[in-house]
Design a protein around this ligand. Sequence first.
Ligand code: CA
Length: 763
Amino acid sequence: MIHKKIHLFLLLTFIPFLSSNAGKAKTDWLQYVNTLQGTNSKFELSRGNTYPTVAMPWGMNFWTPQTGMNRNGWIYQYEATRIRGFRQTHQCSPWTNDYAAFSLMPVSGKLVVNQHDRALSFNHKNETAKPHYYSVQFDKGLKAEMSPTERGVFMRFTFPENEDSYVIVDANNDGSMVRIFPKERKIVGYCENANHSVSKDFANYFVIVFDQPFESFGTWKNNSGDIFAATDFAEDNYVGAYTAFKKGTVVNAKVISSFISIEQAEQNFEHELAKYNSLEEIRDLAAAEWNKQLGKIEVEGGTQEERATFYSCFFRSMLFPRKFYEYNAQNKAQYYSPYDYKVHEGYMFTDEGFWDTFRAQFPLNVILHPEMHGRYMQSLIDAYDQSGWLPSWSFPGHSGGMIGNHAFSVLADAYVKGIQTFDAGSALAAMKHDAMQKGPRGPSIGRDAAVKFRELGYVPFNGHGEATAKTLEYSYNDFCAMQLARKAGQKEYEDFFAKTIYNYKNVYDPDTRFMRGRLSDGSWQPNFDPLAWGGAFIEGCAWHYHWSVFHDIQGLINLMKGNKNFVAKLDSVFTVTNDFHVGTYGREIHEMTEMKMINMGQYAHGNQPIQHMTYLYTYAGEPWKTQKRVREVMDKLYNSGPDGFCGDEDQGQTSSWYVISAMGLYSVCPGTDEYVIGSPLFPKMTVHLENGKQIVIEAKNNQLSHPYIKNAKLNGKTFTKNFLTYSELMKGAHIQYLMSDKPNFKRGIKDTDKPFSLSKKTK
Ligand code: CA
């Protein structure tokens, strides 16, 4: 069972602070954010697989205390008792692991450098974990604090009185260098620890400037045991540096890095850190920026725990994709491309897995952050130009994880909603290219069985892993490409992609009433078992993938011969067994364990394939079931604490699900301009848009026991449809719901009330 805990440390009082110029009380939204949300995770069981990220929104570098070993994906685990360093990280999830990571660690007393000996014990009581500020007082008295800039961090180490005081720099293995400049109180270096997605010369160049003189210094190597040397330079597989300071002092360290060069790292230092001399200045700047972003949604009412969960999730929705660009001396953006390994002018973003995030993250971003999103969309086309493929799982180059061509979804969704910062013709040419051939790295670059998908109408199960999941996702992806082509008036592309948008029908087996693996001779995969994971699917079973017809839910209803069967199947998801069969995985993977623990039948909210399913009742004339279920999920499967998620958080996706669901909306089919209506969480929410307009969402009589929409008004006019369009929202909207403890069986049941589907109702 997932226990819902109310965390004492979050029961803070409401503290308004005065903004310096306006003199008007502004809310400190950061008070609600707990960055430890989801950190109680391990290999066998994910409660988020997050770490206490210290960062600016979409910052180029993140920072975190590190409890795990270097190169271990579990960077910080809530149950761990010792911290080994304060680390620059780019990790999306333990399953991707990290790249370009290095760390600093204060040490007092005896000089020890390696990650085992230098680790210090701590207690969560003595820890503060916020986006803009992290601090921990170790059991032996030493205190460490840090606050971020976009590419750097300001660290402060307070050493115990009368004890020798050191700072260790750990540049990690797989290639590193350190060079010490004692007069300038500076250490520069690089760390590589790259992954297979980038070239061999990829490195992260860092600059560290201390405010205290070095009493002594040296370098260390860790190949097989520590080798110390009183030198100012070391370069090898695994090197580090150490500096000694006056006993019991306070040391400030300004740390920054670049993916381009040490010179560029110095430039970044000038831009972000040079003129600041206290942690407080950096902390306050970071707090102001976070409050600006978090203040885009002002929540009123709800419980303290609901607000804490909401803002902790909202914080996590604003970390990825990462800004991968840096400013040169002329203040122009430029970046090291993880796709062609050259330096280019402009903006690049990375560290993003679209299989997870096309669903809720980007449909949320197009509402809240259209300017940044527009830059991101152009950078996807640049990535294609530089590498020959659209990104799917960029980390930082093409990492090849998961399946589908979901850049189609993200690009089309932006374009149809009017974010047209990129050339549609270039995007469509890229999509056609990627839809026609298999890529070089992993199933998510290009398309597996591209020709067979077009010729047979599905990806055959013989010879192709995850064949039915791919068929479903490619059908949807091609719909997205078609939408973009239609909007851009590119008839040839529209016709090309239109040929495959109904291919999902070819993997529906009317006998078992499930999507099912199908062989190239047309026969069905033998020994069908709807509880078996893997096989024709990925990270799920037939119960989860049945709903992956995002663009044609009515078509799926028609395949199932009507609303009655469709609704019965939706209901069954929650009432059938929560058992699983390990299938082709051959062992229990954490997603299986988490589904079992959720104890809502086959509803596996801890992974992405089924996350839109609760919204599908609105297509079949029973929207009240959506309203009840989404509130149940928000209430039962999320909280603000270390157990805050019911599975992997995944670069903002599972957090964004909560944020957008709390708005009473969800984007079942990105690539259309519609948001399906669920059940708003709070009595009132005000969304401040970049265009200066507001979306005000009011829900009278709202509480968990009153999840049902009795009636709804948009700008004073009653409406019954189960969706709102992007333009209705973006021109400013006043949405008023009257909530009830009883379903309104008359509202939202007409055909015109249903959200978009390709197919019309057949009977
Ligand atoms: Ca996942």
